[in-house]
Each structure stands twice: as C-alpha cells, then as structure tokens.
Ligand binder design. Structure first.
Ligand SMILES: C[S@@+](CC[C@H](N)C(=O)[O-])C[C@H]1O[C@@H](n2cnc3c(N)ncnc32)[C@H](O)[C@@H]1O
Length: 263
C-alpha cells in the first residue's frame, strides 16, 4: 500500500489556492508577503503559484536561518523563473526573533505565513501580537501547525529524548489568539494524512532521512547527533508514535492551518 507525503502536498496546494482566493485587500495588483521559516520553499510554492494567478506584483520576503534549505529554495525559484516573473524575492538569513528585534516590526505585510515555524517563536504571545500589528485591515496571518497524531506524541514527550525540540500545539496557539485578539476572525482547516515512515529506519534512505530532519528540526540529524541519541529517538518514534500494517510502519500526521484575519 502506498502512503506518503504526496497526499499532504495535494491538500496544501488546494488549501493555498482557496486561502489566497479569500483575500480581500485594498489592492488587487501589488501584495507584500512575509514567510517565516520557509526552508526549501516546498510549502511556499503553493502560495506563490496561487498569488501569481491573482496579483501582478508580489514582494516575497523570507526569514529563514538555515542556509542549505534556502539554496534549494533559490533553485526552486530559478526553475519557476517564467511563472514567477512577477515575484520579487528577498531573503533574511536569520531567525524571526532576531528579525523582529532588529527593527522588522516596522515593516508592513499583507500576508504573513508561518508554516511549521511558530515552534521557534521565543515569546509566542508577543510574536503573535507583533506579527498581527504588521498587517493592514483584512490582512492575514497564516499559521500551519502540528495539532494531533504521531508527531504530536513525539513532540510532547521530547523531554524523554536528548534532542531539544521546540513545540507548541495548535490548540495552544488558538487559545492564545482568542485570549489576546478576541475581536479577530479565525478560520481553521484541519488535515490528516497517513504517512509511510518505514524508510526512516533505513539509514541510507534520503526520503527517510528528510522526514527525520523535519520531525527533529535538525538538518542531517542522523549524522549531526550522536548515534545513541538517534537510536533512542527512532525507538521512541517507532514504539510510541507509529503503528504497523503488514511490512509498513505508518503514522498519522495531523496539522492545522490557523488563519487569522486582521479586523
Ligand atoms: C519544520 S520546518 C518547516 C519548513 C516549511 N515551512 C514547511 O512547512 O515544510 C521549520 C523551519 O523553521 C526554520 N527555523 C528555525 N528556527 C527559526 C526561527 N527562529 N525563525 C524562523 N524560522 C526558523 C527552520 O530552519 C526550518 O526551515
């Protein structure tokens, strides 16, 4: 049986289109986007494709501290040169906390994307409020976050592992928004995918190692952490977060898009 991240990609593509369609900003020509923790642009590409169908001039700012994945993002831009010709990219190679503390709060964006990166906000409430304040009326703060399933079990028990993991569940983000921005309107899209992670247990699998990097928030985790730590994480992941079906090791991946509209 074939389970994989493909189902998740398809969902992301459709949801990005629906979400961008809902935008009702003052301008239908020019738009300013901030993407936090964009990595290699895998998730961003769906937003960019939806944006170029609606806007003619797109200013796309990326704040991402990891240079390796950013090089992949730049290659993705090259391969979409024609379709994305109306997009002007700028890159800040730093974390969001440093960007905001360094004066970023005075920048203005129509849309702010944080796909699986809100885990890295140092002061979650303050960062959410800063980002919200940077938006115009009808602007959108989009937070994609792990909410349930095997990965949440992994994150929530990270104190048992030696790898330090940053995690805040989707339900906590929603609680904080309702508490600190009570007048705002929130849409939530929840998506579930069953992922075949059998290859995570094959040390030579590129696909498996990419999944391990994603869940451990570390580039090349297998080689950058001591082998006994990696083994401990794999054991915990397999025994506590996954289940088996025939020869396959599967886990349920459930994340949530929390879409906050500026009043
Ligand atoms: C789990 S990945 C998500 C990648 C991509 N947005 C996605 O949804 O597939 C988290 C990303 O956040 C980046 N990151 C780590 N610390 C960060 C920080 N302080 N500010 C912004 N991004 C950060 C990581 O380098 C990584 O690329």
């Amino acid at each position: 049986m074939n389970y994989g991240m493909k189902g998740r990609e398809l969902r992301y593509k459709e949801d990005a289109k629906k979400t961008i369609d809902k935008l009702q900003l003052a301008s239908y020509n020019e738009i300013y986007i901030l993407s936090i923790g964009a990595s290699n642009g895998d998730a961003d590409q769906h937003f960019i494709n939806a944006l170029v169908d609606k806007y003619t001039a797109i200013h796309y700012t990326v704040v991402e501290p990891a240079t390796g994945p950013l090089d992949d993002f730049k290659r993705l831009i090259e391969s979409n040169q024609e379709r994305w010709s109306g997009v002007k990219f700028s890159f800040h190679v730093q974390g969001i906390n440093e960007y905001l503390e360094g004066g970023g709060t005075s920048d203005k964006y129509d849309v702010i994307l944080a796909c699986h990166s809100a885990y890295h906000f140092h002061d979650v409430v303050n960062t959410l409020c800063c980002l919200y304040d940077m938006l115009p009326q009808n602007g959108m703060l989009f937070i994609r976050i792990e909410t349930d399933g095997g990965l949440e079990v992994y994150f929530e028990h990270s104190e048992q592992l030696d790898i330090p993991l940053y995690f805040i569940p989707g339900k906590e983000i929603k609680r904080l928004i309702q508490l600190h921005m009570p007048a705002t309107k929130i849409d939530v899209i929840t998506g579930a995918t069953t992922v075949n992670v059998t290859r995570c247990f094959d040390k030579d699998s590129i696909y498996g190692n990419n999944i391990l990097d994603f869940m451990n928030q570390i580039v090349d985790v297998r080689h950058s952490r001591p082998p006994d730590e990696v083994e401990k994480c794999l054991k915990f992941f397999r025994e506590q977060c996954c289940y088996e079906k025939g020869d396959d090791v599967l886990f349920d991946y459930i994340d949530e898009d929390i879409i906050i509209w500026k009043k």
